[in-house]
Design a protein around this ligand. Structure first.
Ligand SMILES: C[S@@+](CC[C@H](N)C(=O)[O-])C[C@H]1O[C@@H](n2cnc3c(N)ncnc32)[C@H](O)[C@@H]1O
Length: 223
């Protein structure tokens, strides 16, 4: 089985390797929104969208097909090494060898838009199901130390930017700390909001599931 990171939404950001894997596939599976990005690029492959409730059944089918000698591609949003561990593990449990075709991550696009370097940043995701508290603790510690930028993926839709900002302030972050929220990066309706933590906490809770928070450090280099 092959896992392909299909990029952040703009089909032009699908890599050539990813495109080749899709064109040579007998079966392509993935969440529906992910498959929409690669529609028209799947050659003669059977295409099976999955949802959270039936993903195990669809992946079981892909495993059967792979065991029968078919080329099966599992599509993952963005890059497969960024906040996609649960799906990647589901595939790994089903195949002895899994080929990985990395993609362009939404966090790379967020860095490019915000003018930040990844090596000066901490990446946190609230997507995982376990201990969210430790991620939020790290967010506040890093904001207070102000040594690194933080790039954070909220969790749709129970822990979105206003709640994250309010929580950080309650836990001791500076309400004046700058924050940027990017939505739907690389898509036609991409948007950007800039403000402070306090302003973010007051925003209406109307964010896309494709939202990224960036907290730039305020110290300049050499300080
Ligand atoms: C399960 S994670 C997968 C991330 C993906 N593997 C990547 O590399 O971008 C999904 C989250 O990534 C973020 N995300 C992915 N694509 C995005 C985009 N085009 N614009 C903004 N945020 C995005 C959102 O926070 C979204 O809820």
């Amino acid at each position: 089985m092959t896992v392909v990171g299909i990029g952040p939404g703009d089909p032009d950001l699908l890599t050539l390797k990813g495109r080749e894997a899709l064109e040579g596939a007998d079966l392509v599976v993935g969440f529906k929104t992910v498959l929409d990005v690669v529609a028209g690029r799947t050659g003669s492959a059977e295409v099976r969208p999955m949802a959270y409730r039936d993903q195990e059944a669809v992946l079981d089918y892909a495993q059967e097909q792979a065991e029968a000698g078919k080329n099966c591609v599992v599509c993952v949003w963005g890059d497969l090494n960024v906040s996609a561990k649960e799906l990647l593990n589901r595939v790994r449990r089903r195949a002895d060898t899994v080929e990985l075709v990395p993609g362009v991550s939404s966090i790379q696009i967020a860095c490019a838009r915000a003018g930040l370097s990844l090596e000066e940043s901490l990446f946190l995701t609230l997507h995982q199901r376990w201990d969210r508290g430790s991620e939020l603790g790290e967010l506040v510690d890093t904001l207070r130390q102000d040594r690194r930028n933080v790039i954070l993926l909220p969790r749709p839709f129970d822990f979105m930017p206003p709640a994250i900002a309010a929580n950080a302030i309650a836990d001791g972050a500076d309400p004046g700390h700058p924050v940027t929220v990017f939505q739907r990066l690389t898509l036609a309706d991409e948007s950007r909001w800039d403000g402070t933590l306090a302003q973010c906490a007051e925003l209406p809770d109307e964010f896309s599931d494709l939202s990224i928070m960036v907290f730039p450090r305020t110290l300049t280099e050499g300080n």
